[in-house]
Design a protein around this ligand. Structure first.
Ligand code: ATP
Ligand code: MG
Length: 942
């Protein structure tokens, strides 16, 4: 038996290698009338709901929620990641999930999981596809039940002949010390699958990992044999069942996961093809309406399913590319990802341009053609995903606009090339600068490979070396401009969380964060909070019984009044003291939520032990400033709806004590009048000094309230409602329609109790983040006053000037950038000559701007990586600029932010920054004293 399995495995591997797709096979005949895709999807969901007690959850948006490791949602499990990681808030609905099934919109383009290059070429991969999945969390069921359910569904419900199905299981990985997954193998054998069709593979094929670290485990796959006994099996993967049972640690080792889970995914398009007796996903009712519409709209010969060399003129490939890409574009735009300049939007822009090129160049489509396909997509997918129906018109117009813009760019590009060619001698290469200007985002935005292709058609060579140099310069510039990476901070890992749950430690009670009151004089009084130390963690995440000696640690308390970063509001900071020992302050840099526990990041100058009683103090000025910004954001959200219409949607927001940021979905950039109106609406609400009401209510009570604002987020139940000017009960009374006339939002943030303290709001920046999304920056209170006083004018006024300035600026920017880089390099060299090697450089340098000073500091640290650098730059009127960076080796004890703060407060000023780089300003006539203070502080820390 073993020999026959081995032989079959060999055959299978060869077959897979030879035919990774369904190309080149004759169609199977099917006697029964084909089941429609919608019925296949429904049958999957009702099978798991009705027969096996699963709860159905809607597809998540294809825009990942709070997961920077993903460009797009690319599997059903993405939205359940917090469950696998153990970080799900125990009070959220998701924490109660045990058996779940859904049909998830997935996009695999760009990033690690990209199938973009295969699309069009084969008959089984799409950039957008639907993944049908079922899950069992926390050991609800495991291998045996998962495999039986899958087998039952495929063979009995869908009626797929058993002898067409092959399965694979994990054959072990001796290098990782992992044995074969014999449990899965035996489950299949017991289900009656003959051993000849149960094959084992190595970790590449049958071991699934979420990332470099994190939950992982063996998987077992179900494949369908397209050949059906005629010759060697031609397999296509249908369904993947993953059994998460290990955790990949930072050191590469595998540890058992505290809780085991089942995670499965099956491509709907492939399943439908099988059930409709087709060899290609394109020959199903999910795609045929699109292929028909393309045929009618372009007048190209009808689609005939040819691939590879048989597809002369790439006509059928073009059909597939266009049909696939318009689905992806529609789904993404409906979920708020529009074609743009970086990240996922950039990938989408490439997809759009690829579709335009295939439709116009190969299929000879008329202009505006792509947009005309959107209603066909909505017709095929709109019932399953209603959001498509809702934004159908918006999608069509965005696609058409982008298509027109690209075609115009192409035309202009051709003219630029013609003109340049006229100037070139016969043996000249095409200048890199010109090619670059055609490609650059700010200019024509043509893909570089397309520019090369256009030149190739003309028989001209491109100066590729020059182009490379330009690309490098650009990358360098970007690195210099990049905001310092947000530090992740301390986190609880899956084991720490598992251990806390096992011990039955309840989630941190953070309700004291809401205990503050407004005093008669208008000031806020914040309560302190006494709490007990439940657990301490060293920086690497190990649980420890005590800390001290300046150690940075994670601290878990039974309760806290610190606001942990969430909902776009920055974390609180402050300090704690041991009860009975008021004179030693333990600074708290931030607080973060992990699976319902709040982890405080603390520096411990003295001993702190598990069991100690502590008293917590939040930084009140910091908190109050956050509260002002947060309430201001709610007013802004409401004012935007007043100005732009009731359908106006928030796309994200963030606030810290300095400023607030608000992203809003817009059809077009805001007009100066709209910006002015928005500001005025907020200012009026502030002027009325309205009461802000907050109350916790059952989540169900918030459904179907017209005008109520909520984000695409998972809310806890009960949920907090924040309403301005009307009590929550009134706002939630559907008859009142109050939420249509004032700000009512689901929000866990901390808010002012009256709007007056916002003082003022000025929008100081507005830009198109991507097409369809506008980002607003605003300041409040005194900062707003300053913005006006110092004639940093409101945005609506600025806009009028901006138009004139823009052209000038673009030219000037390049020159300034080059100049600054040169100057910074020169000053860096001078400083390096003046200082012999050592741990510290503290000095003065003449520069005109803080950004320039930061550049010098960064260049210095780059050249002398073990040196910590602080530079002061005196300005004509007694002001002094300050910038510093701390060597990696000196952190974490020594932080740049504290250093800059020490020096700038010495000069009566302020400072800001991160643990690694910081900047600030102050005023002093005695520069030497400031330098000495800087040296003294650093030497004390090093
Ligand atoms: P393949 O090897 O065919 O690319 P995969 O191993 O990448 O598949 P999984 O990540 O296991 O697939 O996804 C689960 C299921 O989703 C697959 O079994 C398949 O049915 C479907 N699937 C995966 N990628 C695509 C795609 N690009 N287009 C359509 N369906 C897909
Ligand atoms: Mg794949």
């Amino acid at each position: 038996m073993a020999a026959s399995v081995a032989a079959a495995a060999g055959r299978l591997r060869r077959a897979i290698r030879r035919s990774p797709s369904w190309r080149g096979l004759r169609a199977l005949s099917s006697e029964a009338p084909p089941t429609q895709a919608a019925a296949v999807r429904d049958a999957f969901l009702s099978f798991f709901r009705d027969r096996h007690g699963h709860r159905l959850v809607p597809s998540a948006s294809v825009r990942p929620r709070g997961d920077p490791s993903l460009l797009f949602v690319n599997a059903g499990m993405n939205q359940f990641k917090p469950i696998f990681l153990g970080t799900v808030d125990p009070r959220s609905e998701m924490a109660g999930f045990r058996r779940v099934a859904n049909s998830q919109k997935c996009v695999r383009a760009g990033g690690r999981h990209s199938d973009l290059e295969d699309v069009g070429r084969d008959l089984s991969h799409h950039t957008f596809f639907e993944m049908l999945g079922n899950w069992a969390f926390g050991g609800e069921y495991f291998k045996e039940e998962a495999c039986s359910m899958a087998w039952e569904l495929l063979t009995q419900v869908y009626g797929i002949p058993e002898d067409r199905l092959w399965v694979s299981y994990f054959g072990g990985d001796p290098k990782a010390g992992l044995g074969p997954d014999l449990e899965s193998r035996d489950v299949w054998l017991n289900l009656g699958v003959p051993a000849s069709r149960v094959l084992s593979f190595g970790p590449e094929e049958n071991f699934w990992e979420m990332g470099d670290t994190g939950p992982c485990g063996p998987c077992t796959e179900i494949h369908y044999d397209l050949a059906g006994g005629a010759g060697a099996p031609q397999l296509v993967e249908l369904w993947n069942l993953v059994f998460m049972q290990h955790n990949r640690e930072a050191d590469g080792s595998l540890q058992p996961l505290p809780q085991r889970h089942v995670d499965t995914g099956m491509g709907l398009e492939r399943l439908v093809a099988v059930l409709q007796g087709r060899l290609s996903t394109y020959d199903t009712d999910l795609f045929s309406p699109l292929l028909d519409a393309i045929h009618q709209g372009c007048g190209a010969p009808p689609y005939s399913g040819r691939v590879g060399a048989a597809d002369e003129g790439h006509i059928d490939t073009a059909y597939r590319v266009v049909a696939d890409h318009i689905r992806t574009l529609s789904v993404c735009i409906a979920d708020g990802v529009s074609p743009g300049m970086s990240g996922a939007p950039l990938v989408l822009r490439r997809i759009l341009r690829r579709a335009v090129r295939f439709s116009t160049e190969v299929l000879q489509a008329p202009p505006g053609f792509l947009g005309s396909l959107v209603p066909v997509v909505v017709e095929t997918l709109g019932d399953a995903y209603p959001e498509l129906r809702r934004s159908s018109a918006q999608i069509a117009s965005l696609v058409s606009e982008d298509e027109a813009a690209f075609l115009a760019s192409l035309q202009r590009g051709r003219r630029v090339i013609e003109r340049t060619l006229k100037r070139l001698g016969p043996s000249d290469v095409f200048p890199a600068e010109v090619a670059w200007s055609l490609s650059l985002s700010g200019n024509l935005g043509l893909p570089l490979d397309l520019v090369e292709l256009m030149l190739e058609e003309k028989g001209v060579q491109l100066d590729t070396a020059g182009l490379e140099r330009l690309a490098q310069e650009e990358a360098q510039h970007r690195a210099m401009q990049a905001e310092p990476v947000q530090e992740q901070g301390l986190r609880l890992n899956v084991h720490a969380l598992g251990e806390l749950q096992r011990r039955g430690v309840p989630p941190t009670d953070d309700s004291p964060k809401y205990s503050y009151s407004l005093q008669p004089g208008g000031g806020y009084e914040f309560g302190t909070c006494e709490a007990q130390v439940l657990q301490l963690y060293s920086e690497d995440g190990t649980a420890v019984a005590s800390v001290g000696d300046g150690q940075r640690c994670g601290l878990l308390l039974d309760k806290t009044n610190f606001y942990a970063e969430q909902g776009g509001q920055a974390s609180d900071r402050g300090y704690l003291v041991l009860v009975g020992q008021q004179d030693v302050l333990f600074p708290v840099a931030r607080a973060q939520v992990c699976g319902g526990f709040i982890l405080h990041e603390v520096a411990a100058p003295e001993r702190l032990r598990v069991g100690d009683q502590v008293q917590l103090h939040v930084d009140e000025a910091w908190r109050l400033s956050c509260m002002e910004k947060h309430t201001a954001i709610h007013l802004l959200n409401w004012a935007l709806r007043e100005a732009l219409g009731p359908g106006t949607e928030q796309r994200g927001s963030h606030l810290n004590p300095e400023r607030l940021r608000f992203d809003v979905a817009t059809q077009a950039p805001l007009t100066p009048e709209q910006l002015q109106a928005v500001e005025a609406t907020v200012q009026k609400a502030v002027g009325r000094d309205e009461a802000v009401y907050m109350e916790e209510v059952a989540l169900a009570r918030t459904a179907h309230i017209p005008g109520l604002r909520s984000l695409d987020e998972v809310y806890p139940d009960p949920v907090r409602v924040v309403s301005v000017g009307v009590p929550v009960a009134h706002a939630l009374d559907p008859a009142s329609r109050a939420a249509l006339h004032t700000s009512v939002e689901l929000c866990c943030g901390t808010h002012l109790l009256r709007t007056g303290a916002i003082g003022d709001l000025v929008i100081i920046g507005e830009r198109q983040l991507v097409k369809g999304i506008t980002r607003l920056l605003a300041v409040t209170g005194e900062q707003a006053q300053q913005a006006v006083d110092t004639a940093t004018m409101p945005q609506w006024q600025r806009r009028e000037l901006q138009a004139t300035l823009k052209a000038l600026q673009r030219r000037a920017n390049t020159a300034v950038r080059k100049l600054e880089m040169g100057q910074a390099a020169q000053k860096t060299q001078e400083l390096l000559q003046r200082h012999t090697e050592g741990p510290l450089i503290v000095d003065t340098v003449s520069t005109e701007s803080l950004s320039m000073l930061v550049k010098v500091v960064r260049q210095l640290c780059k050249q002398a990586p073990s040196t910590s650098v602080l530079l002061l730059s005196p300005q004509p009127l007694g002001q002094v600029l300050c910038a510093c960076q701390v060597a990696q080796s000196a952190t974490p004890a020594f932080t740049a932010e504290a250093w800059a703060l020490a020096v700038c407060s010495h000069m009566g000023g302020k400072a800001w920054g991160s643990r690694v780089v910081a900047q600030g300003t102050g005023s002093t006539a005695d520069l030497e004293a400031a330098l000495s203070a800087a040296r003294a502080y650093a030497l004390n820390q090093l």
